[in-house]
Design a protein around this ligand. Structure first.
Ligand code: SF4
Length: 294
């Protein structure tokens, strides 16, 4: 499916300490440029608009952009958000009215309000829970996104217990991109092999949830978890980027990931490999080619 991922900007109502976009806050997109890209993509068959950020719901032009995309004929939508503003039910209803077919990807990294305050530096935990309730009340589907980082990897089961209680059917794990915490890399970024058994426990304890694992290579997931790996990046997904041009998702992966020790691996064409920043700090000792299909 052809998709377009746009950002309205990189500002946010949270201040997550490990945020990828901390250095991009001042950057903004021109409304007319965004609309032009949406029109071009719609004309070339785009079926889904993904609105991400920063936090897209804090932007004044959020609804205007959705309405414009709808007018251009794009039928499906995904809103990627920290979920706090969804605690206002009128916002949820308005999004549904405009888009009709809309899915939400909502960040959920902590098991309690204290950790939310400590690492996202705002009092947002209860708002996100209210946001989940509002989506449910309005029959809207969502997936949750949990970034794996040193402070939360011992709480993954508690996080998913909460998600199951609020009716989440789909969750994903993303391994922290350590690029913006290079000065404190080892405080934030765990070894991937340390995280694997903890993910396994969550999957065993929550069999009703559909869980995907992003950005951990097949050789670490091994036989038990390989079926939970995320789908390969969509080559038909255009990402409108900081330079105001579009790159497809596989090009972005190629810029950020590397396949070390992979020449003989039977999965070398499917597996995205390992983030370059991770290799810079932890090296490639964990990466071992798989010689026979698992
Ligand atoms: S050896 Fe390389 S291609 Fe094979 S699973 Fe590991 S990272 Fe992926």
């Amino acid at each position: 499916m052809k998709e377009l991922d746009i950002k309205l900007g990189y500002n946010c109502n949270n201040k997550c300490l490990f945020c990828l976009n901390q250095d991009k806050r001042a950057f903004s997109y021109n409304n007319e440029e965004l609309k032009e890209q949406i029109r071009k993509s719609a004309e070339s068959g785009c079926q889904r608009l993904i609105v991400s950020g920063g936090e897209p719901l804090i932007y004044k032009n959020f609804f205007e952009i959705l309405k414009y995309a709808k007018m251009c004929g794009i039928p499906y939508y995904e809103i990627q958000t920290n979920g706090r503003i969804l605690s206002y039910e009128e916002v949820v209803k308005k999004i549904k009215d405009i888009c009709q077919n809309v899915h939400f990807l909502i960040s959920f990294h902590y098991p309690n309000a204290e950790m939310y305050q400590k690492y996202s530096q705002v009092d947002g935990f209860d708002q996100v829970l209210e946001g989940f309730r509002n989506l449910q009340k309005n029959n809207l589907e969502f997936t949750t996104n949990t970034v794996l980082f040193k402070a939360n990897i011992n709480y993954l089961n508690q996080i998913f217990d909460i998600l199951e209680k609020v009716g989440s059917k789909r969750g994903q794990f993303r391994f922290i991109d350590g690029t913006n915490v290079k000065n404190e890399f080892f405080d934030y970024v765990p070894r991937m092999e340390e995280v694997i058994p903890k993910i396994k426990e969550v999957i065993l304890k929550h069999p009703k949830m559909k869980i995907h694992i992003h950005e951990i290579p097949y050789c670490l997931l091994q036989k038990d978890l390989i079926e939970f790996t995320s789908p390969v990046p969509n080559i038909e997904r255009e990402n409108y980027n900081l330079k105001k041009n579009v790159l497809n998702s596989r090009e972005i992966v190629r810029q950020q990931f590397e396949n070390p020790n992979c020449r003989e691996c039977v999965y070398k064409n499917e597996c995205i490999g390992v983030r370059k920043t991770y290799l810079e700090f932890y090296g490639d000792k964990e990466i071992k080619p798989i010689l026979k299909k698992l």
